[in-house]
Write a protein that binds this ligand. Structure first.
Ligand code: PEP
Ligand code: MN
Length: 325
C-alpha cells in the first residue's frame, strides 16, 4: 500500500498514526520532504479507507494483493479430520526415510504412543549425492501407510517429482513438498490439482514472500489448505546444518495468521538441539513440530546424526506439550 501525504502534512504525526495501527512503515522522499509511506504488511486488517481519514493523508493506493488465497487461508489446516493450528501442537514424527516394513512398524508404534498425530518418512528421498540412498519408492509408501493405519496415525510424505504425485496421493494424507522443490512450479501445480492438503517446506534461500507465493500456487491450483514448514535456511556458519528462522515463524503465525510448523531436525542437523529448538518454535507460534526419530540412529540410511532415539521421543513430546506461545 502507498500512502501519499498532503504537501503541508506533518509527516511525523502521520507516521505515528500508521505505526499505532501496527503497520510497518517505510518513508519515500521527494527531495528532503517525506512524500509517501510504503506499507509492506499486506496481511494488515487496516482498510485503505481508514488510512485515508488520517489527518495529512492525501491518497492511499492499494495494490492488488500478491497472494489473496494465502491471505484468506486462516490459521488452521484441516488434514482429513486432523487440525493443524488453532489448538494444541501437532507432532509429525518418524524416520528420515522408510527403510523397511518391520522398522517403520516399530517406529510407528512408538510415535503413536508418544502422542504424535502424523507418521513421517520419505519414500522418495531428495539426496544431494546421486550415490546416496534414494528411498524405497512405492514399497515404502505401502509400508508407511500400513504402519500408520495400524497405530491410528496420519501419513505425511514427500512427492519428489511430478511422476510421483499420483502414487503419493494414494497413500498420504498430507503431501509434502521438499525444500529443494519449493519453486518447482510444475510440481506445485500437479500437487495442487490433487485437491489434498499440502505441507510446503521453505527453500533454503527463499524469502518469506517467495514462500507465500509458492503456497499461493498450491491454493490457486486446488489445494484446500497449506501448512508452511520452516526447516532452516542457508547461513554462513556450519556449526548447525541450517539457520532456523524463528522470525519468519512468528511472522507467519502472528502476522499472517497461517498454520506454520517447524522442522528442528533438518534445521540443526544435531539431535541434541532438536528439543530446545522445538520448544523455541512452539513459543514463537508454531502450530506443530516435525521431528525425525529412529530406533537405531547409528545405522540410519539417512540423517542419523539428527534423529532422536526412539526411546526419547515420548519424553520430548511430553515436554513440548507444556510450551505455550
Ligand atoms: C525431509 O523432510 O525428508 C526432507 C528431505 O527435508 P527438506 O526438504 O527440508 O530438506
Ligand atoms: Mn531427513
Amino acid at each position: 500500500m502507498i500512502v501519499t501525504l498532503r504537501p503541508n502534512a506533518d509527516a511525523d504525526s502521520v507516521r505515528r498514526e500508521l505505526v499505532a495501527r501496527g503497520l510497518w512503515v517505510t518513508a519515500l522522499h521527494d527531495g528532503a520532504r517525506v512524500a509517501h509511506y510504503l506499507i509492506a504488511d499486506a496481511s494488515s486488517a487496516t482498510s485503505p479507507d481508514a488510512l485515508r481519514r488520517i489527518d495529512g493523508v492525501a491518497a492511499v493506493a492499494d495494490a492488488a494483493p500478491a497472494h489473496p488465497r494465502v491471505d484468506a487461508h486462516g490459521p488452521v489446516a484441516d488434514v482429513r479430520g486432523a487440525a493443524i493450528g488453532g489448538g494444541r501442537p501437532t507432532f509429525l514424527c518418524g524416520p528420515c526415510a522408510v527403510e523397511s516394513e518391520a522398522r517403520i512398524h516399530t517406529i510407528a508404534a512408538k510415535v503413536a504412543a508418544a502422542g504424535a498425530t502424523f507418521l513421517r518418512g520419505g519414500a522418495y528421498k531428495p539426496r544431494s549425492s546421486p550415490y546416496a540412498f534414494q528411498g524405497h519408492g512405492e514399497d515404502a509408501l505401502r509400508w508407511l501407510r500400513r504402519a500408520a493405519d495400524a497405530h491410528g496415525l496420519k501419513v505425511v510424505t514427500e512427492a519428489l517429482g511430478e511422476g510421483d504425485v499420483g502414487l503419493v496421493t494414494e497413500y498420504a494424507d498430507l503431501l509434502q513438498i521438499g525444500s529443494r522443490n519449493m519453486q518447482n512450479f510444475s510440481l506445485l501445480k500437479a500437487v495442487g490439482r490433487t485437491g489434498r492438503p499440502v505441507m510446503l517446506k521453505r527453500a533454503m534461500a527463499a524469502t518469506v514472500e517467495e514462500w507465500l507465493l509458492a503456497g499461493e500456487y498450491l491454493l490457486a491450483h486446488g489445494a484446500p489448505s497449506v501448512v508452511f514448514c520452516e526447516r532452516g535456511i542457508r547461513g554462513f556458519d556450519p556449526s548447525t546444518r541450517n539457520l532456523l528462522d524463528l522470525g519468519a515463524v512468528a511472522l507467519l503465525a502472528h502476522v499472517y495468521k497461517l498454520p506454520v510448523v517447524v522442522d528442528p531436525s533438518h534445521a540443526t542437523g544435531r539431535r541434541d538441539l532438536v528439543l530446545p529448538l522445538a520448544r523455541a518454535a512452539l513459543a514463537a507460534g508454531a502450530a506443530g513440530v516435525m521431528i525425525e526419530t529412529h530406533d537405531d540412529p547409528g545405522c540410519a540410511l539417512s540423517d542419523g546424526p539428527q534423529a532422536l532415539p526412539l526411546h526419547e521421543l515420548r519424553g520430548a513430546l511430553q515436554a513440548l506439550g507444556t510450551v505455550t506461545s
